[in-house]
Design a binder for this molecule. Structure first.
Ligand code: ZN
Length: 291
């Protein structure tokens, strides 16, 4: 169904509002998932982490409530992190732009889910230096289903595609194999990298959750995304260290410097590559590159 004019406008508004509401729930996931003893679904109502008062529905409206309360709890006046409206706005933007690219399809759901997971992983890793398995593992399944459902949009390597179709493979199977291969290459390269680093330096340079996260990213974005995402995330990480050092805010722990999590930068680089990767390649490579 092709949407045009007013109906497109209305659906876009609904999709964006849906993104805001989902973002509000994502905030709950980001807060509760890494904290022991807290369940994502119970209690169903949100509460203030300082005074434990339940938050009324009118103080729980995405973005607006935070603005009206000027970032403070109504009962105890404790500050509410700017992360809350940020996550809601980000989620609304993701929902809108993925809808623009995919329309109202299952692919919209698959990729919106994928980007929400990246967002949650980024904020949880930033605060707790951990990437919860529960965010990564089910999303592998979503990526594999997406690869089977949409072989025509598969980012599978062209040469591999031609080779396997000449062997008589079904397009859905090729798309699935492409996603699985991308996962394996991404996972193994980051895992090897962390092993080599550990051998040379005697301590871990990467978090345990980073290879599975890179695998997940490649599963959705394809083999060709691995190098650009790794380069971009390293650049972003380096840039943030420089900024932190020069602003005198580099986090310290005990004697040494506190390690910086890599997950947020991998996630951010993956989002950038998802939305602008193809445009970058079109600009960077000659038009007849794909022959
Ligand atoms: Zn409070």
């Amino acid at each position: 169904m092709e949407l045009t004019g007013v109906s497109l406008l209305i659906v876009s508004a609904i999709v964006t509002a849906f993104g805001l509401v989902v973002g509000s729930f994502l905030n709950v996931v980001i807060y509760r998932l890494p904290r022991e003893g807290l369940d994502v679904t119970k209690p169903s109502r949100s509460f203030c982490p300082f005074c434990h008062n339940q938050i009324a529905w009118y103080d729980n409206i995405p973005v607006l409530s935070w603005v009206f309360l000027r970032g403070h709890c109504r009962s105890c006046r404790a500050p509410i992190s700017i992360r809350y409206p940020l996550v809601e706005i980000l989620s609304a933007l993701l929902s809108f732009f993925i809808f623009q690219a995919e329309g109202l399809t299952f692919r919209y759901i698959f990729y919106f889910y994928f980007t929400l997971c990246l967002t949650a992983i980024a904020f949880i890793d930033l605060e707790f230096m951990v990437i919860p398995d529960i965010l990564v593992r089910p999303t592998y399944l979503v990526g594999l289903i997406s690869a089977i459902a949409y072989p025509d949009k598969s980012p599978t390597n062209k040469a591999l595609w031609i080779y396997l179709s000449e062997l008589g493979w079904n397009p859905r199977l090729i798309s699935l194999a492409g996603a699985a291969l991308a996962f394996l290459v991404a996972f193994l390269s980051l895992w090897l990298l962390s092993m080599i680093y550990k051998l040379l330096k005697g301590h871990r340079g990467l978090g345990e959750g980073d290879p599975p996260l890179m695998g997940l990213i490649a599963l959705f974005l394809g083999l060709s995304s691995i190098l650009p995402v790794l380069l971009l995330s390293s650049l972003l990480g380096l840039l943030s260290v420089v900024i932190l050092v020069f602003s005198g805010r580099f986090p310290k722990s005990g004697l040494g410097l506190r390690p910086i999590p890599f997950g947020p930068f991998l996630s951010l680089a993956a989002l950038i590559w998802l939305f602008w990767g193809q445009r970058f390649l079109d600009w960077y490579l000659p038009t007849n590159f794909y022959g």
